[in-house]
Design a protein around this ligand. Structure first.
Ligand SMILES: Cc1ncc(COP(=O)(O)O)c(C=O)c1O
Length: 400
């Protein structure tokens, strides 16, 4: 089934404002069904999760439904799905837990391509136990993070390799499957930040071979929260701090305190929405998701070509992402112009195109953009050619 962007757009009340949103990589807009699901969940009888009263059962049903929905979205065992407040929080928690088994002489690999949330927690966890950090570098010319660049810093001492599914500014999509194979050959764990990749592609964590994979729902048309998935067997081996009366079962022992059932209901609605975007002949929710995400990827790739070619025709522009396989996200600046000023001038034209390092601080510094970074324009399921035309026309005016 073809991807019908106008039909998709009709579900997003915030589009009625007339804003053109290129800030999807920072957080997407949300369809009505998600807000309704949150309101429904918090308005019906709800108590702490259990299976005795009607209100306990409502909470239980949401939690079980949440894990199943995530299982369908990224092809993981629902019993290994851990809810988190944000991806940064989850990475911090897991880095501290994993580091309990590391010591001096052990090594951890981080990549220069990553958002800081998949770098600094590992550096700090390694420092706390005297382990060593090694850096996998992306190539400045090609902006690729190659398997060879990761292999170059692997050793029998490597305990864990943390790599992003896609760079959240320059869009580079490393060959995760090949990197995962190299990581496992070295006997290490593979921790993948899927935050910028998951909104743009059908994901099978099983196929990628990641030991840990996660993403944030607010980049995926859902509420502001995140999730991490790992096999239940792997989670069982991890010894995390927890309260004495709290359950020791997996995945619950990684979810501290009471879960936000209403947000989890919103996440289920977001995944159901994705499944129905372009379900094709899919029968199961998983099949519909794969069809929808494949249709979206095709749509976004075509629009990305238009976006990139239109922006690259502007005077004095530098586009920083050059990798062969990229998300529909461009990172760019203009000679003689301050990116932050352009961001503000474009906001006045109702075009959201922010400028920052977007916490991909290592990328920004390596590209010579310092801590200020550049402009970022990212596509989302509701983006159109008209949005791109408004962006380009607005930039022309601002540059004049
Ligand atoms: C690639 C990537 N990783 C991690 C994060 C941080 O996610 P969260 O806000 O859920 O901590 C972001 C947010 O911008 C991101 O783009």
């Amino acid at each position: 089934m073809a991807y019908d962007v106008n039909k998709i757009r009709s579900h997003f009340p915030s589009l009625d404002t007339g804003l053109a949103f290129f800030d999807g990589p920072g957080g997407s807009q949300v369809p009505t069904v998600v807000g309704e699901a949150i309101a429904r969940a918090i308005s019906k009888p709800i108590s702490n999760r259990n299976v005795v009263t009607e209100s306990e059962k409502n909470a239980e049903e949401i939690v079980v439904g949440f894990r199943q929905a995530v299982g369908d979205l990224i092809d993981v065992d629902p019993r290994g799905v851990v809810y988190g407040r944000s991806w940064t929080q989850l990475t911090y928690d897991f880095s501290r837990t994993l580091a309990k088994s590391w010591g001096p002489g052990d090594e951890v690999v981080v990549s220069r391509l990553d958002h800081d949330s998949n770098i600094r927690p590992w550096i700090q966890a390694a420092e706390a136990v005297g382990a060593t950090v090694r850096w996998a570098e992306f190539d400045l010319e090609t902006t690729e993070l190659t398997v060879a660049a990761v292999e170059a810093v692997l050793s029998p001492k490597t305990k864990l390799v943390a790599v992003t599914g896609a760079g959240n500014t320059i869009g580079t999509r490393p060959d995760l499957k090949a990197i995962g194979e190299a990581v496992h050959k070295a006997g290490a764990l593979f921790f993948v930040d899927g935050v910028h990749l998951t909104p743009h592609a059908a994901i099978s964590v099983k196929d990628i071979g990641a030991d840990f994979f996660g993403f944030s729902f607010y980049k995926l048309m859902g509420p502001h929260c995140a999730v991490l998935a790992a096999s239940p067997a792997l989670l069982e081996t991890l010894n995390n701090d927890k309260l004495l009366p709290a359950t020791n079962v997996v995945p619950e022992r990684f979810e501290f305190g009471t879960l936000p059932y209403e947000l989890m209901a919103g996440c289920i609605a977001a995944i159901d929405f994705i499944a129905e975007m372009a379900p094709g002949a899919g029968k199961t929710r998983r099949e519909k998701i794969v069809n929808s995400m494949n249709a979206l990827e095709k749509y976004e790739d075509e629009l990305m070509e238009y976006l990139e070619s239109s922006v690259s025709a502007l005077p004095g522009v530098t586009l920083y992402g050059r990798a062969k396989h990229r998300t529909p996200t461009i990172y760019f600046s203009f000679a003689g112009h301050n990116s932050a000023d352009i961001y503000k001038a474009m906001a006045a034209k109702k075009v959201n195109v922010p400028a920052s390092n977007f916490y991909a601080l290592e990328v920004s510094r390596k590209l010579g953009l310092g801590d200020a970074g550049a402009l970022r324009a990212g596509l989302a399921p509701y983006s159109t050619r008209d949005d791109v035309d408004r962006l380009v026309a607005g930039l022309r005016e601002v540059l004049n």
